[in-house]
Ligand binder design. Structure first.
Ligand code: ADP
Ligand code: MG
Length: 547
């Protein structure tokens, strides 16, 4: 008979487990730390972070999504917050920092309420109620607009302070033109707008191309450099004799057999190339490889060919030229070829590119992004990406809100009024929720070196009179942000607030944290994520946990 006092292990002995408030506290802390880490990057006066990976690749950025992606977060609750940043990136393409710092602040406020003895389910109820009120308020304070001037302002707001002021206006124009070009029936498929970075030259050498751009030139120099009235074949299958090379075992008894074998191989390649020629194609883009011998025959037939074209480029080519990607050369025929007025190769600075222009469906365009160095172009590309996101969202929804902390303050003010009409403890949660949203103007002020308490007081007072007031961080003054043209798509705010609320709710619901051996240590729970509120590795010399 077993001893009744003997402990029973249902989890491995070295599993770490935190229950109830401890679990909540740990998770909240992780979220707060994450928000704390990136809050200094918010707004045009935000600072940059320099990140390097184990391959010594350096990224310098103040883009929330990029930072979180490079940071390699391990704590489970922090990971959940990284997910909302990713969602924000995919739904809007901008506003990731905002989403994360709002989540951090909602968690911080929830913790205060928990400390006051309010149950997490009450907090969750209050937060949910507040969120549905936020939707209402947002609809109320949004402005219906999607004219070109609005789009330009939205683009400018998104790319301001991203590390280049020079060429900003021109870039905003490129973004708006690019997005307008790919818009179709009120929808924008951002995949149809390709950004091609070319280091060398300056930002204002950047330009837009009506068509598809491929970051390679023709496979061999003997091919034509330019093909007019292009008939384009897209191939998914390699034109190579892979099978024979890899596992063909051939017993050869005399030298004539070697020759026969080589001849045979040549015949097969020739046959494959002939099928391409017979289809009537004069341009071939292959997603896979093309044998040297095949390239020789293709070039002899005057065909412009590129091998190993990226899948995303193939997709754009399909869309723009009407070509169908085929899996075998046997499937090539005049019906699945695409068309373009011209396909040509051109060298820009030291980059060789292929242009596919004057296509049937011009709903594909490319931006050639120039900049002095790799760091500059990748920085500008991230800004461009944000700009494309917000301009697309504005064009699709036709609704904008006022930036510079203006809409957050307005929502907070209205929530405060709303809360006063609610009875019970839920009122406290709704009030706290409103206060949490003020983290946006507060952080914008802090990052601009301004006194955030004074600014918040002034902003609240200004909003009693006009709901367009926001913080001009360059002058440290409260001004009418609508007049200043600082506007953002409504979707950015809606998505950020919604997902921040959802992740907060999820985190508050967890009352049991079970971690396999080493799981949380790796996540920094033992050193970085103690009560100090410092990010992992943020403390010099690794101070002992203050638990
Ligand atoms: P996110 O990753 O959340 O987009 P950003 O660093 O791009 O973070 O900062 C966005 C915030 O900066 C928004 O709240 C926006 O309203 C604000 N903002 C943008 N331009 C200005 C400006 N000229 N003055 C004040 N605030 C601005
Ligand atoms: Mg932004």
């Amino acid at each position: 008979m077993a001893n009744v006092n003997q402990p029973i292990y249902i989890l491995p002995e070295d599993t770490q487990r935190f229950l109830g408030r401890d679990a909540q506290r740990m998770n909240i802390l992780a979220g707060k730390v994450l928000a704390e880490t990136i809050r200094t990057t918010l707004g045009p006066k935000g600072m940059d972070k320099m990140l390097t990976d184990n391959l010594d690749d350096i990224v310098i950025t103040n883009d929330g999504a990029t930072i979180l992606q490079e940071m390699d977060i391990a704590h489970p609750a922090a990971k959940m917050i990284v997910e909302i940043a990713k969602k924000q990136e995919s739904v809007v393409g901008d506003g990731t920092t905002t989403a994360v710092i709002i989540a951090g602040e909602l968690l911080a406020k929830a913790e205060e309420l928990l400390d006051e003895g309010i149950h997490s389910s009450t907090i969750i109820l209050g937060y949910r109620d507040a969120l549905s009120k936020v939707y209402e308020i947002l609809n109320h304070i949004s402005i219906d607009a999607k004219d070109k001037e609005t789009l330009l302002k939205v683009a400018m707001t998104a790319i301001t302070g991203k590390g280049f002021d020079y060429g900003k206006k021109q870039l905003a124009n490129l973004i708006v033109d690019g997005v307008l070009k790919i818009e179709e029936n009120g929808k924008v498929d951002k995949d149809n707008l390709n950004i091609q970075r070319v280091s060398g030259g300056s930002i204002d050498d950047s330009k837009i191309i009506n068509g598809v751009l491929i970051d390679k030139g023709r496979a061999v120099d003997s091919m034509p450099k330019k093909v007019e009235n292009a008939k384009i074949a897209l191939l998914k299958y390699p034109i190579e004799l892979k099978d024979l090379e890899s596992d063909g075992k051939i017993k050869i008894k005399d030298p004539s057999q070697i020759q026969a074998f080589i001849d045979n191989e040549e015949e097969m390649i020739k046959d494959l190339v002939n099928k391409v020629i017979d289809s009537g194609a004069n341009v071939l883009f292959s997603q896979k490889g093309i044998d040297d011998l095949a390239l020789h025959y293709l070039s002899k037939a005057g065909i412009f060919a590129i091998k190993r074209v990226k899948k995303s480029d193939i997709k754009r080519l399909e869309k723009a030229t009407g070509a169908k990607l085929v899996t075998s050369v046997d499937d090539l025929n005049p019906r699945n070829l695409g068309e373009a007025g011209v396909v040509y190769e051109k060298k820009i600075f030291d980059e060789i590119l292929t242009f596919v222009e004057e296509s049937k469906n011009p709903k594909a365009s490319s931006i050639i992004l120039r900049g002095s160095t790799k760091y500059v172009t990748s920085k500008v590309e991230r800004a461009l990406d944000d700009g494309i996101g917000v301009v697309s969202a504005t064009l699709e929804d036709g609704k904008v809100v006022i930036g510079g902390g203006s809409s957050e303050i307005e929502i907070a003010q209205q929530l405060k009024k709303y809360a006063s009409a609610i009875s019970g403890r839920e009122q406290l949660a709704i009030e706290a929720y409103g206060k949490a949203l003020e983290v946006v103007p507060k952080t914008l002020a802090e990052n601009a070196g301004l006194d955030s308490i004074d600014i918040l007081v002034d902003l609240r007072a200004a909003h009693d009179k006009s709901k367009c007031m926001g913080l001009n961080i360059f002058e440290g003054k409260i001004i009418d942000m609508k007049e200043a043209g600082i506007i953002e798509p409504q979707r950015i705010k809606k998505q950020a607030i919604q997902s921040a609320t959802e992740v907060t709710e999820m985190i508050l619901r967890i009352d049991d944290l079970v971690a396999a051996k080493g799981g949380l240590e790796e996540a920094g729970a033992d050193d970085g994520l103690d009560n100090s509120g410092m990010p992992p590795g943020g403390m010099p010399g690794g101070m002992p946990p203050m638990m």
